[in-house]
Design a protein around this ligand. Structure first.
Ligand code: GLN
Length: 481
């Protein structure tokens, strides 16, 4: 059985009743971080700064001037710009780089008195599904240290699971928040594309990149989304849609009966681990017993989501990563004779293997001879996938899927086979290709005690409804499968 841990709002009540302090809270998380250094979760810990900020906020609470997130201890994946702090997307190519400004999400967290405790490990430039592509070495899964935490925001999920912070902020381009959330037994949200500003987020695949949130419960995620989402003049792709009062709406008790679709192919698939299938089937049965409408649907385009993603995301990455040339910032090879060799050596010494593979793939699909065959075709398929997905939401409130085909795999298990690694994203990329919101919830464990994740996707900007339904599912009792 897996129950939600205490939400931030409960802790905040105790702060206001003078039963605890922000300083104590930060000290608690710092001691967990120190005891578990071998998990390799944080690349930098802002100990002194976090403690000073905590003391300041304790004072503000006494004076009644504290912000909405006063006392919330947050970890940041190493892809968000936090002024005067190191930032390098876990890559050697950004060695020594210090952020010049605050990402919009960072500024909004700080404005509401959140406390940033450190910078978290991840796959280099958010490319990976296991956190093993980091220039700083892999992060270990705290539930079973011989296993990966997922990726690319693997460390951000471990930090929440192991109680190193209350909330982590990650990025999700193809599943990088939901897949590690599933592997580590926490909740992970990828909101609608354009819901949150990407200003200050290191770009990977700009038409897919989303800021995502990890916590052990839905309430924290709703509250943080409310603070960081919404219009931003620094990112012209952000939606003008107003931001709902997610945390208030979540308090409205969910008596509503929903229409839920699941995709037949996913449950029948041979690649789906048996225990995940049975956990999902049990959940669907219980929902049906509770009066929700559950229907299996066919969605043959699902098998094209992964190739579509890997063509378009690598194309965008090859363009986004061209700025790392050894001239403007970060690593520069010392062993060069002219401008061209400086570019070449800096890039081939600075980027890891997977990043180089993706730059090559992306350059290939964008090259004159292959552009139409791959890039244009994939754009068309993407449109079709989005259109057909939108049609599903005319009849259903949600689509339920497994988050991942398997539970957390062993370290090193897929490092020699990139295609096997890409298959970890089989069910998560759909939401990114279609641009819709999706959340991963922990729904029990497999026979080895490893967490199982269930994914719920909703129509564009339906996060409030997604949270209400997630809460229903978080209250189910889950047994080992
Ligand atoms: N695992 C996927 C990849 O390797 C997703 C990454 C992400 O969402 N950033 O591209």
């Amino acid at each position: 059985m897996l129950k939600t841990d205490s939400s931030f709002s409960k802790f905040q009540q105790s702060l206001y009743q003078n039963k605890s302090s922000c300083v104590d809270r930060v000290q608690h998380h710092l001691s967990v971080i120190k005891n578990k250094l071998h998990l390799n979760v944080f690349l930098s810990v802002y100990e002194k700064e976090a403690l000073e900020k905590a003391a300041e906020i304790d004072e503000k609470i006494k004076r009644g001037t504290a912000g909405k997130l006063a006392g919330l201890v947050v970890g940041l994946k190493d892809v968000f710009s936090y002024k005067d702090h190191p930032l390098q997307a876990s890559s050697k190519i950004l060695d020594g780089f210090i952020a010049q400004y605050n990402a919009t999400i960072v500024q909004r967290l700080l404005d509401e008195d959140a406390i940033i405790i450190g910078r978290q490990n991840c796959d280099e430039f958010a490319m990976g599904s296991s956190n093993e592509n980091s220039a700083f070495g892999p992060t270990l899964n705290s539930i079973d240290e011989s296993r990966v935490p997922g990726g690319s925001s693997g460390a951000s999920a471990v930090a929440v699971m192991a109680d190193m912070c209350q909330v982590s902020i990650g990025s999700d381009t193809g599943g990088s928040v939901r897949q590690p959330a599933a592997f580590c037994g926490v909740v992970g949200l990828k909101p609608t594309y354009s819901r949150i500003s990407r200003y200050g987020l290191i770009a990977y695949g700009s038409s897919f990149d989303c800021v995502g949130i990890f916590s052990k419960n839905i309430e924290d995620i709703a509250l943080v989304l409310e603070v960081i989402a919404g219009e931003d003049e620094m990112d012209s792709t952000v939606s003008h849609q107003s931001v709902a009062a997610y945390s208030e709406l979540l308090k409205i008790s969910g008596e509503k009966k929903y229409k839920i679709a699941y995709i037949n192919g996913t449950l029948q698939s041979d690649v789906l681990q048996r225990e995940i299938k049975s956990a999902l089937t049990q959940t669907l049965t219980q929902l049906k017993e509770d009066g929700h409408t559950i229907q299996g649907i066919d969605f043959p385009l699902l098998e094209y989501t992964l190739p579509t993603y890997y063509i378009l995301a690598t194309a965008e990455a090859s363009s986004n990563l061209s700025r790392y040339d050894g001239v403007r910032y970060g690593y520069r090879s010392s062993n060069t004779k002219d401008l061209e060799s400086m570019y070449k050596k800096s890039r081939s010494e600075g980027f890891g293997k997977e990043v180089q593979r993706r730059i090559l793939l992306g350059t290939f699909v964008l090259s004159a001879s292959y552009y139409d065959a791959y890039y244009t075709k994939a754009q068309k398929v993407r449109n079709l996938i989005r259109q057909k997905t939108k049609e599903i939401f005319k009849d259903y409130d949600f689509i339920i899927m497994p988050t991942t085909p398997s539970t957390a795999f062993k370290l090193g298990e897929h490092t020699e086979n990139p295609v096997a690694m890409y298959l970890a994203d089989l069910y998560s990329v759909h939401a990114n290709v279609a641009g819709i919101p999706a959340i991963s919830l922990p729904i029990g464990k497999d026979l080895e005690g490893l967490p199982i994740g269930l994914q719920i996707a909703a129509d564009d900007f339906e996060e409030a409804k997604l949270f209400q339904f997630s809460k229903v599912l978080m209250n189910f009792e889950y047994s080992s499968c």
